[in-house]
Design a protein around this ligand. Sequence first.
Ligand SMILES: C[S@@+](CC[C@H](N)C(=O)[O-])C[C@H]1O[C@@H](n2cnc3c(N)ncnc32)[C@H](O)[C@@H]1O
Length: 329
Amino acid sequence: MDYASPPHIPVMVDRITALLAPALRRPGAVLVDATIGAGGHALALARACPGAHVVGIDRDPSALALTRDAFAAVDDDASTLASRLTMIHAVFDQIADAVRSLGVDRIDAAVFDLGLSSMHLDRDERGFAYARDVALDMRMDPGVGPSAADIVNTYPVERLTAILRGFGEEPNARRIARAIANRRDSDPLRRTGELVDVISAAVPARSRRTGRNPAKRTFQALRIEVNKELDALAVALPAAIDLLGLGGRIAVLAYQSLEDRMVKRVLVAGASSSAPAGLPIEPEATKPRLRLLTRGAERPGADEVDANPRAASARLRAAERIREGKVAA
Ligand SMILES: C[S@@+](CC[C@H](N)C(=O)[O-])C[C@H]1O[C@@H](n2cnc3c(N)ncnc32)[C@H](O)[C@@H]1O
């Protein structure tokens, strides 16, 4: 990956810093950034909370060097900043094992900034962006698991349809899946441009007139399937909340509705009583584990979206741990 030009701009970074910093004031506090990417959020938090240690996780191995460089490049406090950073190459559904491998049982804050970084979209050769004609791959951890080409060339039409509908909310899912199957019988799909052409020819003319690229939803769906993104999130969110000590805080930025719905469900369930209706006194065990810190999902302001269009679809939710006990998955 080429990281030479200015990398990723962290989204809603001031708001996330304000939400998480109160949990990271004490010396030795631990922040887990489960999607460290280019290190933008982690760096802002490390600078705002000089006693905090940052554990950075990313499944993309190139993110690790990038974050180390970002921490080392800050001149105000470079040596101490770098010494407060530990990087782990992992999928975030391994968050509990990753943290415990460092001898840490409890953390003070966690941040998830889901999806792709700008480096993936703008400069990557791994086939995430439909605007670039490159190999049809989409694996965030290169070489691990089936690629997007493996999926489009081997999945039965029914399964492809379900993925495009479920993960892409693609109204033309069946048409596109059939067109992919027809094409691959004679000539397997290898490049993003070939897939874009198949999709464009398959969708009705009115779908091409919306102004939105007709391949957008299919690319999102394939990326989610290739990287098992929702499966990983379904494990990681409750695991991260369980790791939080009392007063610990979690912030999650989602960029598409399937992820945001999952984040909302987990946080709202954690902030709700699980007691059956009508109990005269609520047992401790069913009281809420979380307090929501955001009302609904917070959105970036117009100025931020103007400066960083990638922020436009961001939805931020955050919560604080107020009671021990397991949070339901
Ligand atoms: C939007 S970027 C994060 C950018 C970061 N907050 C910053 O300010 O630079 C998302 C990062 O999360 C990583 N990622 C996505 N899903 C992941 C998963 N399931 N496990 C670990 N890392 C993941 C991607 O490789 C990418 O580097």
